[in-house]
Design a protein around this ligand. Sequence first.
Ligand code: C2O
Ligand code: CU
Ligand code: CU
Length: 510
Amino acid sequence: MKRRNVLKMAAAASTSAGAGLLVVGRGAGASGASGAAGATTAGAAVGPAAAGEGPDSGDLMPGMKGMAKPGDAPAPAQLTPFVDAMPRLVDAVPVSATADTDYYATSIKSGYAQLAPGKPTAVIGYGGSFIGPLIRAQRGRQVAITYTNDTTAGAVVHLHGGHVPSPSDGFPTDELAAGATRTYTYPNQQRGATLWYHDHLHMMESVNVYNGMHAMYILHDPAEDWLNLPSGRYDVPVLLRDAYLDADNALYYDPTLDWTVLLANGKNRPYFPVGRRKYRFRFLNASNHRFLTLSLSDGSSLVQIAGDGGLLPAPAVSPTLALSSAERGEVIMDFSKYPMGTQLYLLDSVLGQILRFDVTETCAPEPHPGPQPAALSTLPTLKQATNTRDITLSLSADGNYFYINGQTFDPNVVMASIPVGTTEIWQVTDVSGWEHNFHIHLVQFRVLDINGAAPGPSMQGLKDTVPIPANGSVRLQATFADYPGKYVFHCHLLEHASYTGMMARMDITA
Ligand code: C2O
Ligand code: CU
Ligand code: CU
């Protein structure tokens, strides 16, 4: 019963978005999914699995338990870890540039990616890639990206963490229709940070992101230069995400299954050759809903220097780095203490070994040895808050939906109307008994406290996404300085956002 309603939402979404994206549903089964990999026509990846009776297998949400019938899910791929090297993300090349703007152009289309040895995987992404081109932006210099939607369904592009005027923010119903072209403009008037961009189509973002509509966006900031952080080939963005691949390496979408394939820059559990020196790794958890807790196999601490919105005030040194979906964490790793030939693993607390660093490269001597400076950056002073807002995350009585303040997402209903220039404190409280994470568009906020306690060092910087503990409460503060228009805030567990309506509209008013 519960399940059916949730699936009705998903079905409605696929209809309204144009069913073309959903070439392969669970009804077509594994053969359909795997057939796509060998097809010559522009295929598509997967759509939501169809309804079926099944065991309460998933713990992602009550309403989505047991989407798959017992035994119905295709057998998973049996993958050997550490066969492929982790690729570097491919830099986007501007098509033109003016005094103040870099122009890019790409299309959203289907393609194939080699996620693991064996059959290629059908994907839909920016430029037809599983991970879209890496945008390197400079603070104060605009980026304008023109997208052509070469799929048969709608799409919406959102720059996650970006301080962006409403028309370019990617409101879920502000659709880039199949065949259409549209330019999104990003001012880059914010602190340097590791941002990312991904699909945000109303009720379809979870499937679209799963299929490959995700990419990274690095905003360089000259204010970081004095730190002499590792740069160039020693500054490595890493997009981490999970997936379920069937025996033919096809992406299979059923969020109630355990997605145990972990892809780093689009390769199954790869290795990465490094030299005996410092590196800057920019980790993004682009998983639909998996929480990652990273650590190193030799027990060394991770030195985190930046979070979602840029540099922390001071390095956060900890044996673990926790990233809920959409969060970013930048770390400095110093391999100079390891002898040549060392193999060091990046671990996740659940998935185990996910990436291996092989100390095998000869590289130029370390130009900046020694510890990181104890102070990295000065955060903007907190303004006096003029409004407090309570946000309650709850579960509907029938168990079908997660509510924000008692409502599921209606793009026409304004839940928060915020006059431009306002500084607000939001108290986000979970009463559903499930862990969520909370993301606000447009702003970078500060976490004031978590369950009443001051946030740890890794949460001291600017953030756009924060985990909300089950039955817990987080207070955060944001200043809505400019850009009147419509935006959203939502749970960034994408299935919660897409299927249970865990999203709300906020309007910044002039
Ligand atoms: Cu990462 Cu509303 O998005
Ligand atoms: Cu966002
Ligand atoms: Cu949620």
